[in-house]
Structures are given as C-alpha cells and as structure tokens.
Design a protein around this ligand. Structure first.
Ligand SMILES: O=C(O)CCC(=O)C(=O)O
Ligand SMILES: [Fe+2]
Length: 347
C-alpha cells in the first residue's frame, strides 16, 4: 500500500476520460468494429466532451519531431522569434505571440465587481505560442520567420499541418458514424482542410508561487470555438477539464503515451443541437510533485500542440440530431457569422 496518487497520474485507469481506439478506421476494421469504436467516441463526446484517442493516425516519429522543433524554436533568442510576429489585433491569428500577448478567458462573469474584473485582467498568461494555417487560406495569411532563422521550421510545420488533417478526417468520419448519419463523410464534407489551425504552445518554467498567488496563469478556463480540437501534450501534465456533472470542479487530463486528447468545440456543439458537449478546460500547475524542482518549486516547462479543425467559413451549419422530441435549438449559421457573433460578445 502507501501508494501516492500522483505517481499514478499517467496510468490510464486513473482518469475518468474515456479512451477510444480508432484502429478500425485505419486497418481493415469490419463495419461492426468501426461502428463500435464510433459509438464509443460519440458517447464520450456526449457525456464528457473530452476523449483520449489511441491509434489516431499521426505517426509517433512526426510527433516527436514536432515537439523537438517546437523546443528548438522557443529556445531561440526573443529577437529571432520576433521576426515572425503575430500581427496586431484579432483579425489574423498567425505567427509568434510572446508571453502575455494573448489573454484567454471565458466571458467575464456579469456578477464580477469592477475590482475583480481588473484583477482578472492583471493576470498574465505565462505562455508563448505560434499559429500556423494552410498557405491557401487567404483570410489568415501565414507568418514565417526568414528562412535563415530556423530553416527547417516552415517546411516541417507546413507538412505537419497536413499530417494532422489526415488524422482529423478519420475522427470526423468516426463522429458521423457514431451519430448515426447516413453518410460517413457528412461532417467531413463541410471541411476542406484549409481552415484549420496548428498551434505550438510553450509554457515556460515558472515558480509555483507565481501561479498559486494568482499573478500568472498557464491557461485559464475556456472552451474552443472549433468543430473539434486534437491536442498533443508532453509528459508534464496540468491540463484539466470541467467535470461534466459538477460545474466548477476540474479534473486532470494526464498525458497518456500514444494518445491524443480530442475535444468538441463550440461550433460542433451547436451543430449537434447540444448533443455533443464543448467542455471548459484549462492548464494549471502539474499535479505531480516530481514536475517541480528547487526551493522555488520551479515547474518544468510544458509543450503542447493543439490542432483546431474548423468548417469552411461560408458553409451553412444546420442542427443535426433535431427531431420532434428535440427541436432545433439554433438557427442555421455559417462559421463566419458564428465567430463574428462570438467576437462581438467578447469585446
Ligand atoms: O496546452 C494545452 O494543453 C491546452 C491548450 C488549449 O486548450 C488551447 O490552446 O485551446
Ligand atoms: Fe482549448
């Protein structure tokens, strides 16, 4: 006995987030095997909104390379990284954002008084990120550093973007099968792949007290706006999701080797008539004490790679899963209208 819970954090049996094996969507899985995996996936998205996927189709060698490249990029001097700066404003989300540039937050609660609102704004997100899209997405032109800064960055990340999309297509197929749609390509057909976003995140080492004292956050609670998000995380830990039936309580989503974490975004929640849940999540200090060193309890840096999958901006999304018993809760909308509406609500 005497086992310490945190030493078990990477044990798959220690998490309440379901693990779904998508192998039948890659090998010659029988129709029955595919349907079973798809139904498990949809059940997890309905009950939790978060799910681990194994046999997700992104080769481990490419993932290892992506994390190595991310580390190499973030280890560059700031003035080199700043040669690919995120453009000012919110219209374009590409290139390098330095620590504190972005403040992620769900809408500030209407009941918050002025003092706590300004306090919230003072909390800086202690992370840096780099956003990449398709070179064919003219709404969101990519921002790359000059080739001599890090020659391999652009070619590798451009190709990795499409590797992630190949895996994402099978997840969208599995979701359609699990939702019982006649055409397994139904959801996929709304995504041409050019509107996704690859994000390389680095949460630098930070003394635990700076986060515990509320001065800095790694990433505050939010939902994603995408159809779905695929997330790859290193072995640091710290990702948490809101408990599906206990609002305000967050549970750990520990890294599990060989899996990605998939979550439902707000757009797919609306599209599915709220059948699939877009769950709030955040990044906190790691739960495992062996992730800290020294008197200051400096937590190790964390690297993660989310890949946000989004529909073609002008396709009209109409509620699925609507019937007499469950009338459509939302008007048809395009992704462009939807994100404009969300942005209006936020500012
Ligand atoms: O870093 C993580 O694990 C989560 C990132 C995330 O939720 C986001 O970028 O939307
Ligand atoms: Fe997120």
């Amino acid at each position: 006995m005497g086992s310490i819970p945190e030493t078990k954090a990477e044990d798959p049996s220690d998490t309440n987030i379901p693990i779904v094996d998508l192998r039948p969507f890659y090998s010659d899985g029988t129709f029955e095997d595919r349907r079973k995996a798809a139904e498990e996936l949809v059940r997890a998205c309905n009950e939790v909104g978060f799910v681990y996927i194994k046999n997700h189709g992104v080769p481990q060698s490419e993932l290892d390379h992506a994390f190595e490249a991310s580390k190499t990029f973030y280890a560059l001097p700031t003035d080199e990284k700043m040669k690919a700066p995120h453009p000012p404003g919110w219209a374009v989300h590409r290139g390098y954002s330095w620590p504190g540039l972005e403040k992620v937050s769900s809408a500030i609660s209407a009941t918050d008084d002025d003092e706590s609102v300004s306090k919230l704004r003072e909390v800086r997100d202690f992370k840096e990120s780099y956003e990449i899209g398709s070179d064919h997405n003219l709404d969101q032109p990519n921002v790359w550093p000059p080739a001599d800064v890090y020659p391999e960055w652009r070619p590798f990340m451009s190709s990795f973007y499409w590797t992630c999309w190949t895996a994402g297509q099978n997840i969208l197929r599995a979701l359609a099968v699990g939702l019982g749609l006649d055409d397994e390509d139904h959801l996929l057909s709304y995504h041409d792949g050019h509107h996704n976003q690859l994000r390389l995140l680095h949460y630098p080492a930070i003394p635990a007290a700076a986060v515990e004292g509320g001065k800095f956050a790694r990433m505050p609670a939010h939902t994603d706006w995408s159809s779905i998000t695929m997330l790859f995380q290193d072995d640091c830990g710290g990702l948490q999701v809101e408990h599906p039936s206990r609002p305000g309580e967050f549970v750990d989503v520990p890294p599990i080797e060989g899996t990605l974490v998939m979550n439902v975004g707000d757009l797919l929640m609306r599209w599915s008539n709220d059948y699939l849940k877009s769950t709030s999540h955040r990044v906190q200090l790691p739960p495992r004490q062996d992730r800290f060193t020294g008197d200051e309890r400096l937590t190790r840096p964390r690297y993660s790679i989310p890949y946000f999958i989004t529909t073609d901006p002008d396709r009209v999304i109409e509620c699925l899963k609507a019937d007499e018993e469950h009338p459509a809760k939302y008007e048809p909308i395009t992704q462009r209208e939807y994100s404009a509406m969300r942005a209006r609500m936020q500012y």
